[in-house]
Design a protein around this ligand. Structure first.
Ligand SMILES: CC(C)(COP(=O)(O)OP(=O)(O)OC[C@H]1O[C@@H](n2cnc3c(N)ncnc32)[C@H](O)[C@@H]1OP(=O)(O)O)[C@@H](O)C(=O)NCCC(=O)NCCS
Length: 186
């Protein structure tokens, strides 16, 4: 699957994307992506091999004019909350993750990519609800969510920990939840 916007292609990853991805995942910008950190180009190549198998829900964000991969976006289908034990209940809920190489921030690429991805999920993947979490200090992400028309649904205090403090105790983060429904998107 390929999603095209004015300046971008959202397309499945290729093994040849390793160097571009290593540029932004050698030092993930936010703690929630700490577990995605890549320590070498070799690791990046192995990661690209895995990603290349996923063609519906995990996309590289590529500049159309240069072919450079400047970021990524993904979301996988989930059951609605509370978790429904019935396996037949629809997988109509998505929680996307997105990030861009810092060198390409502030140019509207994130909005362009995420807007197109939401459109794809709502129109082609039967999404009913899209929600995302963001740290209370992640102002850029909050602006992006609001520009996309997402509702700020709540602030969860000390909700999650991705890294430890210097003394080894978990560093808990305060997390906003944003969401948008299909009928709101339409
Ligand atoms: C979140 C992220 C993708 C946003 O990228 P971006 O380049 O700022 O996005 P855009 O250029 O499309 O900007 C979207 C809107 O937010 C506004 N904005 C972004 N950062 C802002 C800031 N710090 N202050 C005020 N407005 C800001 C932009 O001006 C733009 O609005 P406008 O077009 O009306 O001016 C980027 O910061 C990123 O990759 N961060 C690291 C990963 C991350 O945090 N992912 C989300 C985890 S929860």
């Amino acid at each position: 699957m390929v999603i095209e916007t004015e300046r971008l292609l959202l397309r499945p990853f290729l093994e040849s994307d390793a160097a571009d991805v290593f540029e932004y995942l050698a030092e993930p910008m936010v703690n929630c992506f700490a577990c995605m950190k890549l320590d070498s180009l070799e690791e990046a190549r192995a990661e690209m091999k895995k990603r290349a198998e996923e063609t519906e829900y995990y996309f590289a964000v590529m500049l159309k004019d240069t072919g450079k991969v400047i970021g990524e976006i993904n979301a996988f289908p989930e059951h609605a909350e509370p978790h429904d034990q019935n396996e037949d209940s629809p997988l109509d809920t998505f929680s996307p993750c997105w990030m861009l190489n810092q060198a390409y921030h502030g140019k509207g690429y994130a909005y362009e990519a995420v807007h197109a991805f939401f459109d794809y999920l709502f129109r082609e993947k039967d999404a009913r609800r899209i929600y995302t979490y963001t740290e209370d200090y992640n102002i850029s992400c909050q602006y992006l969510c609001e520009k996309l028309g997402m509702r700020r649904e709540g602030l969860f205090m000390e909700f999650v920990s991705f890294i430890n403090n210097p003394d080894g105790t978990p560093r808990y983060e305060n997390t906003y939840q944003y969401a948008i429904l299909k009928r709101e998107w339409n």
